[in-house]
Design a protein around this ligand. Sequence first.
Ligand code: NAP
Length: 396
Amino acid sequence: MKRERLAILGASGSIGASALDVVSRHPQRFEVVALTAQRRWKELLEACRRFEPRWAVLGEADAADALRAALRREGIPTEVRQGATALAEVARHPEVDTVIAAIVGAAGLPPAWAAACAGKKILLANKEALVLAGGLFMEAVARHGARLLPLDSEHNAIFQALPPDYDRSRPDDFGVRRILLTASGGPFRERPQETFPAITPQEACAHPNWSMGRKISVDSATMMNKGLEVIEAYWLFGLPPSRIDVLIHPQSVVHSLVEYRDGSLLAQLGTPDMRTPIAHALGFPQRLEAGVRPLDLVRVGRLEFEPPDLERFPCLRLAYEALREGGSAPAALNAANEVAVAAFLQGRLRFDRIPALIEATLAQLPKRELDTIEAVLEFDRLARDRAESLLAGEGA
Ligand SMILES: NC(=O)c1ccc[n+]([C@@H]2O[C@H](COP(=O)([O-])OP(=O)(O)OC[C@H]3O[C@@H](n4cnc5c(N)ncnc54)[C@H](OP(=O)(O)O)[C@@H]3O)[C@@H](O)[C@H]2O)c1
């Protein structure tokens, strides 16, 4: 059997590491042909030793030079390339069958877009790509015969709970009443709100159930992650915002649910480990060994659910509002959030000021229809500039 040729974008990150772990369990089935990162070249070197891909791409020139020298010293034949153009080129290369899109933030959009326009199978973790350009992206997937499989655990769970022939343009024909995205509630679900100004990046990045990159960890702590996921679900599954609900579920065992017309609720459950959705999407429609500890429901004991508190976590409300408004609003939300989270991680913005900065940025930006990917990227830059200038007036 011909092996499936993979490009793993964001291979040095948390999803990248989980993907490499699953892939390493199936050497007969997958061949890693490209690995990418922005600057962490040592992680990429380690992965090149294990998988000897044809290409390694780094965003930063110094990191690319360092990796090139190290590979030469060790006699590993991987070709090192550098920059955003090279990243898009490997994503669309004819010798790549499947692209694992696991870059964090808007930076992941151009290579994911290149993969969609080249008709690739795309395993999407980079939810920001859909938040920024969901309509254009879904259109490109359809027009170029690409295949999109969700890696986000909630969306992968919904995908598993929907019928195999589900068509996002006709949810009612499949009896789908609504979808319920579960959320752990993050590390501050029960923390007194008056102490939010004192929250440190270290506290925000200590998620109770998942081990993730720093940006998504902060997004989980503010619940913006769930807001971005609501927008992602809107594009993936074609339901209006009023039929996409969020449910706090602190155990993170039920990964999301679909409610049907007849009253049935179908859920996917499992140990919180990203290797499950990654293995599901990699093997689909077959099931692959993922190295994940089976879920022991007796040990879990209790499954709890509660509604989200939008006053405590205004980012979730802002995301729903941006989705309802449409046009450029979700792109503005995403850009302002990326600026706010980076500033918080650098000690330039207090945790409790993150939603305020996002809301102020949204209020100041013009509303536009974004009809091309270039217009999306240009609007993203504009929104970042606006958020940065508002941030300059903040003081941490
Ligand atoms: N972690 C999870 O459990 C999880 C679950 C569901 C969805 N996701 C989504 O998956 C994506 C990745 O999350 P993560 O937690 O794996 O993040 P992460 O650990 O921070 O890894 C991010 C990856 O993106 C690369 N990168 C960063 N900036 C880049 C740029 N400007 N250009 C090109 N590459 C860049 C990083 O390279 P360097 O390492 O060199 O900086 C790294 O390889 C996010 O969209 C997140 O929302 C993550």
